[in-house]
Design a protein around this ligand. Structure first.
Ligand code: GLY
Length: 311
């Protein structure tokens, strides 16, 4: 079996601007194809995930790396995690500033003894690695924050993608790859919810948002608190790893999330090559490569939906 790839660029309310939707689709398809080509060339799943996260972190449309949302104090603090399913190892950074690719720090920490670092430790590591200082704030995100400041921060969080649509909310990026040798890896990177209080911790660098075993790998996007309360990525992955059929694991986990009125989406892959996605939110911006075709979830109806593209 050849490689499989699924990525996401956030979940949340509807994107009202159809032009915005078309642009998101084009960008997600281009990126998922670039990751697939790399995996097809024989690169390991974990390397393909880092590469894919870098591409998404570079895209200012998405809330990770360049284009991250601003927190309540007008600063950007980003979180990212990488998990290699083959060796079942998670590494990550929480609330790091002034780097272009938080996923690079997570990748470096795969080989470290202390594998999840918070703000001060992450900045220290960035200095140690001599990463160039990088300002991830875009004009649009800054204008969005200034508007909120003028409105006395009426909104609870910022936009899912960088487009001037006040209804579009919540973002993160995620990449899951099954390489041609059947190894799985997953990465998630985020600027957080936006407008949150200083020190708030996202789900991204926890097993709730990013989790993988040799059998399955999942990345989540949406309201971090909801994802943590369901411990969603680990919940789905462990169910599949314990032998539950992937479609049953997905259906059971999303039924629970819906009953608990959670607001998020998730993407995943199994060792057997099944592509999985699901959401309780209105939209999930996900795209996948089956090895033969490209597809996405952008036109799905609002509310709880899920899908499995069998190997
Ligand atoms: N899922 C991203 C966040 O809530 O920070």
């Amino acid at each position: 079996m050849g490689p499989k790839v699924i990525i996401h660029g956030g979940a949340g309310s509807a994107l009202h601007d159809q032009g915005g939707l078309a642009a998101v689709r084009q960008e997600l398809h281009a990126i998922v194809d670039q990751i697939y080509q790399r995996a097809k060339g024989g690169h390991r799943a974990v390397d393909c995930v880092v590469y894919g996260c870098q591409l998404l972190e570079d895209a200012p449309r998405f809330n990770a790396g360049y284009g991250s949302v601003l927190q309540s104090d007008g600063q950007v603090r980003m979180s990212a995690a990488l998990m290699d399913g083959q060796i079942q190892r998670l590494s990550g950074v929480i609330n790091v500033s002034r780097v272009a690719h938080p996923i690079d720090l997570a990748a470096h920490l795969q080989g470290a003894e202390d594998r999840v670092l918070s703000d001060v430790g992450s900045m220290e590591l960035a200095r140690e690695l001599a990463l160039p200082l990088f300002d991830p704030i875009t004009d649009l995100r800054l204008r969005e924050w200034m508007q909120e400041r003028a409105n006395h921060f009426q909104r609870a969080m910022a936009g899912v993608v960088a487009e001037p649509d006040p209804q579009a909310r919540r973002g993160t990026i995620g990449v899951v790859v099954r390489d041609r040798d059947g190894r799985l890896a997953v990465g998630t990177s985020t600027g957080g919810k936006g407008l949150e209080r200083i020190g708030r911790v996202s789900d991204a660098a926890t097993p709730a948002g990013t989790y993988a075993t040799p059998q399955a790998a999942v990345s989540c996007t949406g309201i971090g608190e909801d994802i943590i309360d369901e411990c969603f990525a680990a919940r789905v992955v462990i169910r599949i790893s314990d032998g539950m059929a992937p479609e049953t694991a997905l259906a059971k986990s999303f039924a629970e999330a819906t009953a608990n009125q959670r607001d998020f989406g998730a993407i995943g892959l199994t060792q057997g090559g099944d592509i999985l996605w699901g959401k309780t939110s209105d939209v999930l911006l996900a795209a996948y490569h089956t090895g033969e075709t490209l597809g996405d979830t952008l036109d799905q109806p609002h509310g709880t939906q899920m899908g499995r593209i069998a190997a």
